[in-house]
Design a binder for this molecule. Structure first.
Ligand SMILES: [Zn+2]
Length: 428
């Protein structure tokens, strides 16, 4: 393997070196599992395969904590590191080195120390925009049931439920949104361009006709809507009381949740103290934006999605989830992407990232929802956050088979944790 997403590399490391591993990037960086990396072979790794690149420099700036510029390192106790990079990170690193050298020569020629230190700090802030921010107390909440909004330092049960925590959309992201809304042209495109060969995509005239109808209807609706940037977005909180559809897709996620869920159920809900910035925040805010937009749709064909439940026999648990929308009785799930691969043909990473997301996330989520409804297929609405281009793909539950195999393995591996969770559910 030469090129793969970070998640795949972590799996590779777990299988070939040690399971207890972590990936380290820039200082305080939250790494995206979907980012695509190529591997570099250092002397310890031996001769790279054909097409692979060797690496003969220092991998660490600070051993074990800071990789050299442009690198992301997967590391585990007692095992050699796995050195990763990609084009984007290399370019960034080259740029930083250049700036740093310029600054050094400037500093040598003039300016007082304090002055240049300030400049250096400013430069640094420009180079590495922060990826999160601390939230001020009191925190902001919204009732999951009646929708009432309130401020509180600690979560207060409302309508007998734990409330949802929210954060204000940051100024930068609001700016991004306003620009997006000014430029956007919501454009429906038929799905074949991007869906050929993907798991679960069905080849059926009737389903295609419905997808097309949904897409064209939505194009009209979205372009006719008066839209404003969202003010708040829901903060993601991993702590849950019930296993969710989204916990059954990937082993790493399932493992984390099943190992902790009993503890979460016993502890009080804790507020989230930090909110994301940048792409992650825009992703969340975009979901909020679509939710608000869809709530205002006046049409007999479109409706809110209905909650679905299904019993996962292999794990012996029941899980629930809610697709975003419903078009003429068919559930619709929305996913936003930064861009579609064909919108940026020069960026080859986007193709593998899209394929990866489809396989690991979209197709599985659709398959899981389909277990809880009578439909043979559902629709996936995919939207580009850069351009507003979107497509609608009819998908069946082909991805189930692979997941069922996984669940059989997980059921055995996490028998104790599952039993403890089920016991608590039975006692409710
Ligand atoms: Zn309420």
């Amino acid at each position: 393997m030469i090129e793969a997403t970070l998640n795949e590399w972590k799996k590779w490391y777990a299988e070939n070196r040690t399971e207890e591993c972590r990936a380290i990037g820039k200082k305080r960086e939250e790494l995206d599992d979907d980012e695509v990396f190529i591997r570099l072979w250092n002397t310890q790794d031996g001769i790279p395969p054909e097409g692979g690149e060797s690496f003969n420099a220092k991998a660490w700036k600070k051993p074990g904590s800071t990789p050299a510029p442009g690198l992301v390192i997967v590391t585990g106790k007692g095992e050699p590191p796995l050195i990763l990079t990609n084009q984007k990170r290399r370019e960034e690193a080259a740029e930083e080195t250049e700036k740093w050298q310029k600054q050094k020569s400037k500093k040598a020629s003039k300016a007082k120390e304090s002055d240049s230190d300030q400049k250096k700090a400013d430069e640094k802030a420009k180079k590495e925009p922060p990826t999160s921010r601390y939230l001020k107390k009191p925190y902001q909440w919204r009732c999951r049931d009646c929708g009432e909004e309130f401020d509180a330092t600690k979560p207060k049960v409302h309508c007998k439920r734990n409330p949802r925590q929210r954060a204000e959309v940051s100024r930068d992201s609001t700016k991004w949104f306003n620009q997006f809304l000014e430029d956007v042209e919501w454009t429906y495109m038929p799905h074949r361009e991007i869906s050929t060969g993907l798991i679960g995509v069905i080849d059926d005239e009737e389903a295609d006709a419905l997808a097309k109808e949904a897409g064209e209807s939505l194009e009209k609706i979205l372009n006719g809507e008066e839209m404003t940037a969202p003010k708040y977005f829901d903060l993601y909180n991993e702590r849950t009381r019930y296993l969710r559809v989204s916990d059954l897709k990937e082993h790493s996620k399932f493992k984390r949740v099943i190992n902790r869920i009993v503890g979460w159920r016993k502890a009080k809900q804790k507020p989230v103290g930090k909110a994301p910035l940048g792409v992650i925040e825009i992703g969340h805010a975009f979901d909020e934006f679509l939710e608000e937009t869809f709530e205002n749709i006046q049409s007999d064909d479109w409706a809110k999605g209905e909650r679905v439940r299904f019993d996962c026999e292999e794990l012996g648990v029941s899980v629930g989830g809610t697709p975003d929308l419903n078009f003429k009785g068919v559930p619709v799930e929305t996913k936003t992407l930064r861009v579609f691969p064909h919108e940026v043909p020069e960026d080859k990473n986007q193709k593998s990232i899209f394929k990866y997301k489809w396989k690991k996330n979209y197709s599985k989520q659709a398959a899981l929802y389909l277990q809880g409804v009578d439909n043979e297929f559902m629709l996936l609405l995919l939207i580009s956050r850069e351009s507003g281009a979107f497509t609608v793909v009819p998908v069946n539950d082909e991805a189930m088979a692979g997941m069922e195999e996984n669940w059989v393995v997980w059921a055995e591996k996490y028998e104790k944790q599952l039993d403890a969770y089920k016991k608590l559910i039975d006692e409710e």
